[in-house]
Design a protein around this ligand. Structure first.
Ligand code: XMP
Length: 317
């Protein structure tokens, strides 16, 4: 029968055999899958694994620095690349959700291509693809069409000419978590909620500015920290905040305010295909709402999303 320790032993020896003394490039996202894939490869080939972690400027508050530190503590050979300006420039004035995704995908490929070309004579590209990704990409696009469709300017990027290695492609998410735990990866990292690749860009309705990102990062951090404090984080499958393109009237002291509305969303799910909103304690919501309105400048109203999927999606874009 399948056990995490047998999987680790077998996969590490297969990777050693397959890769030998060649160099491998891997894009880390901060998520569970890429982190577990990197840890397996690190066990197999050590410093010949070159990881790249890109800051698109759309991560959670302090996430780039804290995740980068965590990766370094794990002994991974990782280069952090802060490409915030590049993503912000590319996103300027764009409000359409699918256009945002395209622009972010293209910018990521450009940054990754530049960075990976600095790793001389790499021969493999490693990815944290898991079994549900394999199924989805075959049924929706044909194998690996997703990444290619983003890049329609002048042929394939260099890194895509590399041989692909995907050590997790036969595993489901819970198995990936068990493999990660077997290798000693921090539970806090393994239990992280899913977070979309386009990040906060699809939680800011309308166009993206640095100021809006900063506001949403503050709101999101208050919400997520409170979920942890109240021991609710692990009971929720995914949670986050959405910045609405709406101003509403409020009062502060004797002054009338006209400021932004944020929505909070927390769902229960097993695979993200269907989801129910979580009935968070009213006391909790009351406290979080007060903290957000008192601490985050520019926000004077908080609402809670009570829509299930379907027909609503988890993200608002
Ligand atoms: P929806 O909004 O479709 O989300 O109900 C289902 C799950 O997918 C995530 N999601 C994305 N992940 N790129 C990603 O990497 C995307 O463009 C994207 N859109 C949605 C969402 O966070 C949820 O976990």
């Amino acid at each position: 029968s399948w056990t995490p320790s047998a999987f680790v032993d077998m996969t590490v020896s297969e990777l050693k055999e397959k890769i030998g003394t060649d160099k491998v490039i891997l894009g880390l996202s901060g998520g569970v899958d890429s982190t577990v894939a990197a840890t397996l490869l690190h066990k197999a080939i050590g410093k010949n694994l070159h990881c790249i972690f890109v800051n698109n400027g759309l991560l959670r508050k302090n996430e780039f620095d804290s995740v980068l530190d965590q990766y370094k503590d794990m002994g991974l050979n990782v280069k952090g690349v802060d490409a915030t300006d590049r993503f912000m420039d590319a996103l300027k004035g764009i409000s359409d959700p699918e256009k945002k995704r395209k622009v972010i995908g293209n910018s990521f490929i450009e940054v990754f291509d530049d960075e990976s070309s600095l790793v001389e004579d790499a021969t493999f590209l490693a990815q944290g693809t898991i079994y549900p990704d394999v199924i989805e990409s075959i049924s929706v696009n044909g194998p690996s069409a997703t990444i290619k469709s983003h890049h329609n300017v002048g042929g394939l990027p260099d890194f895509m000419k590399l041989k692909v290695v995907e050590p997790l492609r036969m595993l489901f998410k819970d198995e990936v978590r068990r493999v990660g735990a077997e290798m000693g990866i921090d539970q806090k990292l393994l239990g992280r909620h899913p977070f979309p690749g386009p990040g906060l860009a699809i939680r800011i309705l309308g166009d993206i500015t640095l100021e809006k990102v900063r506001v949403l990062q503050e709101v999101d951090a208050i919400f997520i920290d409170a979920l942890r404090e109240w021991h609710l984080y692990d009971k929720v499958w995914q949670a986050g905040a959405i910045l609405l393109p709406v101003d509403s009237v409020g009062v502060m002291g004797d002054e009338r305010t006209y400021e932004k509305v944020v929505a909070l969303r927390a769902v229960e799910s097993t695979d993200g295909m269907t989801a129910d909103w979580v009935d968070l304690p009213h006391k909790f919501l009351q406290k979080v709402s007060n903290q957000i309105i008192n601490r985050v400048k520019g926000v004077n109203r908080v609402v809670y999303d009570i829509s299930s999927k379907p027909p609503a999606t988890i993200e608002w874009e």
